[in-house]
Design a protein around this ligand. Structure first.
Ligand code: KG4
Ligand code: ZN
Length: 325
């Protein structure tokens, strides 16, 4: 069963064809990073205009690479949220038009759920129940997953998301955008020698990353940072320390079989290594290109939704503030 996935929630226009929820036949991504880098962050108006220009060519490329025609497809999966309203609208409307014209079933996918399903695209043996740590630009969620489409949110960020904290720290350190890869790169030349606070929020599985960011800002403003590399390494460790400890604690508490990592921040090598080293349970992580935004993960999630009979009508709409429930 071949599904076309469409993803336009933020600054990547992406289309992919995935077979049976696990086999990637194509995975095309048109990144807008260079356009937004000029402004130091994503400009929503610019993002939606760029999606309009890229969406049709990207779908055509994805179908050509997968060597499929519309007749070979069993359905369309499209991100409905969370994300930028204007960006989401482009993907959802194109998906609806195609579904209507070609008589294909359509399913709306939660972008965060999509991130989790990137793990089904790797050569993983996934076993429920599991805990998934989703760390992206807008979210840091700890989710208990008991089966396909069955989630319980155990913890989430109370302020900045992990990726957002990386992006803000990079701006404070003058490292540019996007911040996560820039911090990781800078940290390679430094040591984590600067003491930065960790918000443990005892008794809770929630996260908070605004304190560590503010502490970094104070040090930089006070002229107390002599090495950007050391500051980047110290910041990276402070964030990852908390992410790993909380994910492992929650997994033990709920006696799950595995820990899954997902979202853009999951492409961070230190996070991947520390989680593997500190977890008594198997840790599954998708390859970096499947951690950041892509449409293959949306198609994979869409496959399981369609299998469960979760189709949507042509009244399908965007939900910019959609959460994991
Ligand atoms: O999942 P994603 O591609 O988009 C959203 O759904 O938000 O995540 C993007 C976030 C950005 O904040 C980016 O700085 C962060 O993921 N990120 C990283 C790394 N690569 C991307 N953070 C830390 N280390 C990385 N290597
Ligand atoms: Zn994402």
């Amino acid at each position: 069963m071949k599904i076309l996935g469409i993803e336009t929630s933020c600054d990547e226009t992406a289309a992919a064809v995935v077979e049976d929820g696990t086999r990637i036949l194509s995975n095309q991504i048109a990144s807008q990073v260079e356009i937004h880098a000029r402004y130091g962050g994503i400009v929503p108006e610019v993002a939606s205009r760029q999606h309009i220009l890229s969406i049709i060519p990207i779908i055509e490329q994805a179908m050509a690479e997968a060597e499929v025609t519309w007749r070979d497809l069993a359905g369309i999966a499209v991100t409905i949220g969370p994300g930028l309203a204007g960006s989401l609208l482009v993907g959802v409307n194109v998906a609806k038009v195609v579904a209507l014209a070609r008589g294909l079933p359509i399913t709306g996918v939660n972008h965060l759920e999509g991130h989790i399903y990137a793990n089904w695209l790797a050569d993983h043996n996934i076993d429920f129940p599991l805990v998934c740590l989703i760390v992206s630009g807008g979210h840091s969620d700890l989710v208990l997953m008991r089966g396909h489409g069955d989630y319980v949110v155990l913890g989430r960020t109370r302020d900045d998301a992990a990726g957002e904290a990386f992006d803000k720290a990079a701006r404070i350190l003058g490292l540019g955008y996007p911040g996560g890869p820039a911090i990781e790169q800078a940290a390679r030349a430094g040591t984590a020698s600067i003491q930065l606070p960790r918000a443990w929020l005892k008794g809770s599985s929630d996260f908070s990353f605004s304190g560590v960011k503010t502490a970094l800002l104070r040090l930089v403003d006070g002229g107390k940072v002599s090495s950007v590399a050391d500051a980047a390494a110290s910041f990276q460790e402070a964030v990852i320390d908390v992410l790993v400890a909380k994910a492992v604690a929650v997994a033990k508490e709920h006696r799950v079989k595995q820990i899954l990592l997902a979202g853009g921040v999951a492409s961070n090598e230190l996070l991947r290594d520390w989680l593997v080293k500190n977890s008594p349970l198997p840790v599954l992580v998708p390859e970096p290109v499947l951690c950041t935004d892509n449409a293959a993960m949306i198609a994979a999630c869409g496959y399981y939704r369609l299998q469960a009979g979760k189709t949507d009508g042509l009244d399908l709409d965007v939900v910019p503030s959609l959460k994991m429930t």
